[in-house]
Design a protein around this ligand. Structure first.
Ligand SMILES: Cc1cc2nc3c(=O)[nH]c(=O)nc-3n(C[C@H](O)[C@H](O)[C@H](O)COP(=O)(O)OP(=O)(O)OC[C@H]3O[C@@H](n4cnc5c(N)ncnc54)[C@H](O)[C@@H]3O)c2cc1C
Ligand code: FES
Length: 264
């Protein structure tokens, strides 16, 4: 795991609160899997001790891009960085999405808000892993971001937003069953509000559709690598009558939707 300073290469705002932060990559970081995250250390002068977890939104040979929503002190500190500044980061952390599940299969990625971020890097990885069909169904309350990258991955994306008539109105889950059936979807990857992800898993279960759903959880975190236990969550593994506690940062953030929400 890398712990150290990375240089800000670029920072771009989509609106007042949503921005993209591009950091230079170094060889010491090693392989980064889609769905993994980095823990950012804001300046402690302002009393911020805990690091802030942010998913990898995109990576290339020389840089890592993070899509961030300004919600509090830590993300506001990140929003104030300038090209050339350095930021103390730790990562990559956690277990990413299982891209092998989609090899030769049809995958649907459903994202809400800032939860779309890890699905952008995921789509690129699914394409490289040989997924047959890739579809995005994504919704934004703030400005949509990452659209050129999504367009470079697939021509099939449903984008929901109330901001302009250029987008669909409604929720990215509105046509879930129709898409799954008409596009013969085998795997769903989702990240976003908990209620959205649970609704997806519940509907797939109610409709008895044979679809693997992988959910990426956003739990409050401390250390980010399995020591403080502040990100524990109770899940129910399939084929077992017993619930057990998982550490979201280390064993996740990606889990089977059925395990997390308890639907058969
Ligand atoms: C695995 C993972 C990936 C994430 N990826 C992204 C991403 O790509 N882009 C993005 O904008 N946000 C992401 N988040 C949410 C992001 O970590 C929080 O919005 C951020 O920590 C808020 O910090 P703050 O100081 O601005 O807000 P404050 O509310 O002031 O934070 C106070 C404390 O609560 C924690 N906290 C607050 N909200 C969250 C949250 N939603 N999840 C976890 N901890 C929280 C903070 O880390 C901090 O310790 C992710 C969270 C997790 C767990
Ligand atoms: S954040 Fe410390 S154990 Fe997960």
């Amino acid at each position: 795991m890398f712990v150290g300073n990375l240089v800000v290469k670029d920072i771009k705002f989509y609106d007042e609160d949503i921005f993209k932060l591009v950091l230079g990559k170094t060889d010491e970081i090693g392989e980064i899997k889609c769905g993994q995250f980095f823990n950012f250390k804001p300046d402690t002068v302002d009393g911020m001790i805990l690091r802030r977890p942010i998913s990898v939104g995109w990576q290339d040979e020389n840089s890592i891009t993070f899509y961030i929503k300004k919600v509090g002190k830590g993300t506001a500190w990140l929003a104030n960085r300038k090209a050339g500044d350095t930021i103390d980061v730790m990562g990559p952390l956690g277990n990413g999405f299982n891209v092998e599940s989609a090899r030769g299969k049809n995958a649907l990625m459903i994202g809400g808000g800032i939860g779309v971020a890890p699905l952008i890097e995921l789509g690129k990885n699914l394409r490289e892993a040989g997924a047959s069909e890739l579809i995005y169904s994504i919704g934004f309350n703030d400005s949509p971001y990452g659209r050129s990258k999504i367009d470079s991955i697939t021509g099939k994306s449903f984008i929901y937003s109330r901001l302009s008539n250029d987008f669909l109105s409604g929720l990215p889950t509105d046509n879930l069953v129709e898409i799954v059936k008409s596009e013969k979807i085998d795997v769903i990857y989702t990240c976003g509000p908990d209620a959205m992800m649970e609704a997806i898993v519940k509907r797939i279960s109610e409709e008895k559709l044979d679809v693997d759903v992988q959910v990426s959880l956003e739990e409050r975190m401390g250390c980010g690598f399995g020591v403080c236990l502040c990100c524990s969550k109770i899940v129910k593994p399939q084929n077992s009558p017993y619930e057990h506690t998982v550490c979201v940062c280390k064993e996740g953030p990606v889990f089977s939707g059925k395990e997390v929400y308890g639907y058969e």
